[in-house]
Design a protein around this ligand. Structure first.
Ligand SMILES: [Zn+2]
Ligand SMILES: [Zn+2]
Length: 105
């Protein structure tokens, strides 16, 4: 008996395959930017003129919401900004050495 090692896919020298199935999807590029889930009612958020698509607010927050430079929580309200850093509240800004900020919200 002749043992044949026929490997039709043997010659795989890294040609094009797999990769970004996420980018092309049936809803026209609206797969969640965070987790890749395709949802037929995606959430579109335009930030600085760039559209972002998500399947949930949680994913949108995870991807887009700034983080407090002191405590690290996601800033979902107005927040405070000082020298490129975001803070969730005046207390955190104060703890980080930013004295002049006062809650405006
Ligand atoms: Zn998602
Ligand atoms: Zn904070």
């Amino acid at each position: 008996m002749i043992k044949r090692q026929s490997t039709p896919e043997a010659a795989r020298d890294g040609s094009s395959d797999s990769m970004s199935q996420r980018e092309k999807n049936r809803h026209g590029g609206t797969a969640c930017e965070c987790c890749g889930n395709e949802y037929d009612k995606p959430l579109e958020i335009v930030q600085n003129g760039v559209s972002h698509y998500f399947d949930s607010f949680e994913c949108a927050i995870h991807t887009l919401a700034p983080k407090c430079a002191h405590c690290g929580c996601r800033i979902l309200g107005h927040g405070l900004e000082a020298g490129g850093a975001f803070f969730c509240c005046a207390h955190c800004a104060d703890k980080q050495g930013v004295k002049e900020l006062v809650d405006r919200a």
